[in-house]
Design a protein around this ligand. Structure first.
Ligand code: HDE
Length: 714
């Protein structure tokens, strides 16, 4: 079969099917296939006697168990995977010969692993951190890995500094504190000793580090790569992923609470969305730069601490990825998958970005130990769909039975096979870049502008986003014990923006910079902001989770009308009450309670709604958990809705400076109103306009104009 026909949307699945094992076998066996007759009691010399060594089943069971752990990834240890496919919009022949980027009818299978970076495998999902976004394309040319992050720049410029960076950000070496957090002395010591971090720190302290969902964050290749077309012409490129559900984040207080209430929040969200058929989708984009434009910018295009501003190099959206299948076995697939930026296919090549150059070495190297030797490419999740013939033999856990006599090239015994392919035969030919230079440990002058793009990022933020960054500094630097380090951070960020440095200093008990500094950059790039980005989707409530607070005697008609409207928009409603089980409405209808107050919490939802029903609201008013629910959702700037008597609960919750339905305005009583994301209606006749306003409020995701109301104690 030729290579092109071999790859379609289903081909990876079919390849994996050959190694899948169904749980439905009737009999338990040993590793040798011998049926086991007892797996509960070990073989002993007498009922109360010692266990016998000849109990091969016991020995085998325990031995395997003793060896079940493998080393976790040194970074990106905690991850979540999903399968899907990728489709290009139109042939990219002009720019690249990569086969998977030619035919819009072709669906190339992919496996994606999202991850946090710093925490150990069992740490919480919602920590402040960069997120990994690694994609393996199983193309007909072989595997192509795009190993990216959800932020477009990196902390350091040269791979040789990576061990220092990671040592500083991981828990401190004497006591392994803190877990999954940068908020400690060694990391900020590292930062203040390396001003090249400035730009990345702005991203890490922004809302980008707190994604609402893996389905709602952007992805970036970070490093500069190359597209090479069939004529051998090369162009520099940067890769982008854009989530079709928009780019949304949690708020800091919420993330910390979720870390306790549901440490698997992002993992669960991805899994459940795929199980429910809400397949995450991401558009694939490239910024393409002609080689002759390499030196046109005031930054070096090889510097991974710099973006290429979209205003200068626009993004071309060239395809879409859909994730539509959950793995069968976390360990076999998500844990054993091995990504490597050096896994490229003809048509995609590297640049001299010094961070990328180091990455090209590091991934294979770390995987040799993590996956126990040189044959990990044979693990099913890592196997390409393209045939492999490489003359490599032996080593731990070799699976393939290579027939024939030869494992060398050239040979006469084996008909000179397998032989290298020419460029016409799609052999990988490295881009013939002209390289000349002295052997030197140095970096180009333009790499040394550390602050301009940090300032560009700062300028591009909306006001609430700026406030979040300042608060993040107050948390992170506030946790640093050594005042000298705190001061050094303030002084460093005085080079970015003087006002920002003053604000940081004010919160962390050190002196404001002697002289107000700052980068002179005044330019903005609105797409760097989640709030201002034109890419952000603010008109859909698809897959948002809405909490319905109810008790016995609720108004069924109101509840059903609101639920129908929300579900028609693709949102998910969850009924929450004191106890699980069935609840009766005032009219005798019944509804099943999905969660009780012990099993859930407002931080796990995107919005909250309280339907009317006199008796229901009388109960909820006496219930601290319900009031807290509303208060907390309000504090986190989430949409809050109530109809009929439900509005009474909002009054008890005492939401500051919000107009509610039922209140007197200058000349009449308001019957329906939407005020800063709090949507209320009293009369039955207002339910349609309530639904419209509530949906609009949910689509906006958060209502930051309320953020000043921090007097809400939740
Ligand atoms: Fe990685 N990185 N990295 N990294 N990285 C690893 O490889 C490394 C960098 C990224 O879900 C490791 O198999 C060096 C940038 C992701 O399995 C390791 C440098 C970006 C993942 C490694 C970087 C990334 C990794 C750990 C600086 C964004 C998880 C385990 C030169 C573009 C992939 C492993 C997965 C994993 C090395 C910097 C993304 C140690 C030396 C920049 C998404 O090899």
């Amino acid at each position: 079969m030729d290579r092109e026909r071999m790859v379609n949307e289903k081909s990876k699945d079919e390849q994996l099917e050959k190694v899948r094992e169904d749980p439905e076998r009737e009999f338990l066996t040993t590793n040798q296939g011998v049926r086991v007759n007892n797996t509960d009691i070990s073989l002993k010399a007498g009922e109360r006697g010692p266990t016998l060594l000849e109990d091969f089943h016991f020995r085998e069971k325990l031995t395997h168990f003793d060896h079940e752990r493998i080393p976790e990834r040194v970074v990106h240890a905690r991850g979540s995977g999903a399968y899907g496919f990728f489709q290009v919009y139109e042939p990219m022949t002009e720019f690249t010969s990569a086969k998977f980027l030619q035919d819009p009818n072709k669906k190339t299978p992919v496996f994606v692993r999202f991850s946090t970076v710093v925490g150990f495998r069992g740490s919480a999902d919602t920590v402040r951190d960069v997120r990994g976004f690694a994609t393996k394309f199983y193309t007909e040319d072989g595997n192509y890995d795009l190993v990216g992050n959800n932020m477009p720049v990196f902390f350091i410029q040269d791979a040789i500094k990576f061990p220092d960076l990671v040592h500083s950000i991981k828990p401190e070496q004497d006591n392994q504190i803190p877990q999954a957090s940068a908020a400690h002395d060694t990391f900020w010591d590292f930062v203040s000793c390396h001003p090249e971090n400035a730009h990345m720190i702005m991203w890490v302290l922004s809302d980008r580090a707190l994604p609402r969902s893996y389905r709602m964050m952007e992805g970036f290749g970070v490093n500069t790569f190359r597209f090479v077309n069939a004529e051998g012409k090369g162009r520099f490129i940067k890769f982008h992923w854009k989530p079709l559900l928009g780019i949304h984040s949690l708020v800091w207080d919420e993330t910390q609470k979720i870390a306790g209430k549901d440490p698997d929040f992002n993992r669960r969200d991805l899994w459940e969305a795929i199980e429910m058929g809400d397949y995450p989708e991401f558009e694939f984009g490239v910024q393409i730069l002609e080689e002759e434009d390499e030196f046109k910018f005031d930054f070096d295009i090889l510097d991974p601490t710099k973006i290429w501003p979209e205003e200068d190099v626009p993004i071309k959206w060239i395809g879409k990825m859909t994730l539509n299948r959950n793995p069968d076995n976390f360990f076999a697939e998500t844990e054993q998958v091995a990504f490597c930026p050096a896994n490229v296919v003809p048509g995609i090549d590297f640049s001299n970005d010094p961070l990328l150059q180091g990455r090209l070495f590091s991934y294979l190297d770390t995987q040799l130990i993590r996956l126990g030797g040189p044959n990990f490419q044979e693990i099913p999740i890592n196997r390409p769909l393209a045939p492999v013939a490489n003359n490599q033999r032996e080593g731990y856990n070799r699976m393939t039975i290579n027939k024939g006599k030869t494992s060398y090239f050239p040979n006469t015994v084996g008909d000179n096979k397998p032989r290298p392919a020419s460029a016409e035969e799609n052999g990988y030919v490295h881009y013939m870049e002209k390289v000349e230079g002295k052997v030197i440990r140095s970096r180009s002058e333009k790499f040394k502008d550390f602050y301009s793009q940090a300032k560009l990022f700062w300028n591009s933020m909306s006001k609430p986003e700026k406030e979040h960054i300042i608060e993040a500094f107050h948390f992170e630097i506030g946790k640093v014990k050594d005042k000298k380090i705190r001061q050094a951070v303030v002084d460093m960020f005085n080079n970015v923006d003087g006002d920002l440095a003053m604000e940081i200093a004010r919160g962390v008990g050190v002196s404001a910079p002697g002289q107000k500094g700052g980068s002179p950059v005044t330019k903005e790039s609105p797409n760097l902001s989640q709030e201002r980005s034109e890419r952000n989707v603010k008109n859909s409530i698809k897959t948002r989770k809405i909490a319905f607070l109810v008790a016995e005697g609720y108004n069924h008609k109101e509840l059903s009308q609101v639920m129908q409207a929300l579900e028609a928009g693709g949102a998910k409603a969850d009924i929450i009450s004191k106890y699980q089980g069935m609840l009766k409405s005032s009219g005798g209808e019944e509804i099943e309670v999905g969660k009780n107050y012990h099993t859930t919490e407002s931080v796990l939802y995107d919005a909250v709604y309280v339907p009317g029903g006199k008796k229901s609201i009388e109960t909820l008013k006496m219930h601290g958990d319900a009031i807290h629910f509303v208060n907390e959702a309000f504090r986190h700037c989430k949409p809050v809705g109530a109809t009929g008597e439900g509005v009474e609960l909002l009054k008890i919750a005492n939401l500051p400076d919000i107009q509610l339905a039922g209140q007197e305005s200058s000349d009449k009583t308001i019957s329906a109103i939407s005020d800063k994301g709090v949507v209320t209606a009293i009369n039955e006749g207002d339910i349609n306009s309530f639904n419209e306003s509530f949906i609009d409020a949910i689509a906006k995701h958060r209502h930051w104009d309320r953020e000043k109301k921090k007097q809400v104690p939740a």
